[in-house]
Design a protein around this ligand. Structure first.
Ligand code: 3JM
Length: 340
């Protein structure tokens, strides 16, 4: 089997480290893996397959030796370096929001719209959707295909890991502080105290009163699943280290029962239905963390409308929400386009 040279850009971040884990776990056909990051992290060491990779400086890294770049370095960095990597002959799978809504850049969840990957030839870039979008469209797609979703109302409960390692430290230190370490830990990565609190703001506010994170869910869902679906979102940061949860309410054109939805979801690749009130079976972020599936629970009829369902959708935001989805895109790219 052909092997590929892969660069993980942003290798020392939460998502980059998970990309290295997943390349290993999925037995991705790598020849050489390069760990790349900003000069701040250059020279540090990350682990891959039991060995050490020395992190190389993005500013001077030569992408001509790389086939596939898995990028998660932050939006402005991808904006600058993804085109440089493409020019050197590399296909880039980018995890930032920067290229997602570019009509010439495919936005892909491999179980949902793998056919879109072919559009990588336009710019050499494939975008990985936002973490909250990915797990939601995993739940929407099989139901949309069967009953045509017309409207989605989603509220999220998002873990701090999506905001980076320093955000995880902020939750940890503020939690300790609450129990009397005496150390004051003022908000830094978040706009308010995150320990023992919930914050109804992720990313910055826009003129329409929504946050950028909310509009990512709206616009990306339309691009990936169907532009006709109307979506409204409220995205909320909660004091959970890892694993995003979502309350998703949908309306459909055709009637679909919870039992029918459950069967469709059970048969959809990458989804696990955990849903039995009698045995208190439902998934929480702690149970989803470290796993690859999108877990769906609490599937029930929305009794306030004609054709509606409610469900609870949970996934590891660093895995399916970011690194796993990016590596799956690269796998699909190889299978369908780069094999020979
Ligand atoms: C998730 O460049 C940055 O500030 C990164 C911001 C960010 C994003 C984004 O907009 O790319 C942090 C966490 C995302 C995302 O997936 O949209």
């Amino acid at each position: 089997m052909k092997k590929f040279n892969v660069a993980v850009v942003g290798a020392s971040g939460n998502v980059g480290r998970e990309m290295l884990n997943i390349l290993e776990e999925l037995d991705f056909p790598v020849a050489t893996v390069y760990a790349v990051a900003s000069s701040r992290s250059a020279g540090t060491v990350v682990e891959f397959k039991g060995g050490d990779l020395i992190v190389q400086d993005l500013a001077t890294f030569d992408f001509s030796k790389v086939d596939i770049g898995l990028f998660s370095p932050g939006g402005s960095v991808s904006a600058k370096y993804a085109p440089i990597a493409v020019k050197a002959g590399c296909v880039v799978v980018d995890n930032t929001s920067h290229f997602r809504m570019d009509p010439d850049v495919p936005l892909v969840v491999p179980e949902v719209n793998p056919e879109a990957i072919g559009g990588y030839t336009n710019k050499g870039i494939i975008a990985n959707p936002n973490c909250s979008t990915i797990q939601m469209v995993m739940a929407l797609k099989p139901i949309h295909d069967a009953a045509t979703i017309t409207r989605v109302v989603v509220s999220t409960y998002q873990a701090v890991s999506g905001a980076g390692k320093e955000a995880m430290d902020e939750l940890f230190e503020q939690s300790r502080s609450t129990f009397g370490t005496g150390k004051v830990v003022p908000p830094n990565k978040f706009s308010k105290e995150i320990a023992f609190n919930v914050i109804p703001q992720i990313d910055s506010f826009l003129d329409n009163g929504y946050t950028k994170e909310e509009m990512k869910m709206v616009n990306e869902t339309k691009k990936i699943v169907d532009p006709a679906i109307r979506v409204t979102a409220t995205t909320v940061r909660v004091p959970v280290f890892n694993g995003h949860a979502e309350s998703v309410t949908i309306e459909t054109k055709d009637k679909i029962t919870p039992a029918q939805a459950r069967t469709l979801l059970e048969n959809f690749d990458g989804v696990e239905v955990v849903d039995d009130p009698a045995t208190l079976s439902y998934t929480t972020p702690r149970e989803a963390a470290g796993k690859n599936a999108t877990f769906i629970s609490r599937i029930r009829e929305d009794e306030s409308v004609e054709n509606g369902l409610n469900m609870w959708v949970v996934s590891d935001n660093l895995r399916k929400g970011a690194a796993l989805n990016a590596v799956q895109i690269a796998q699909t790219l190889i299978k369908d386009h780069l094999k020979n």
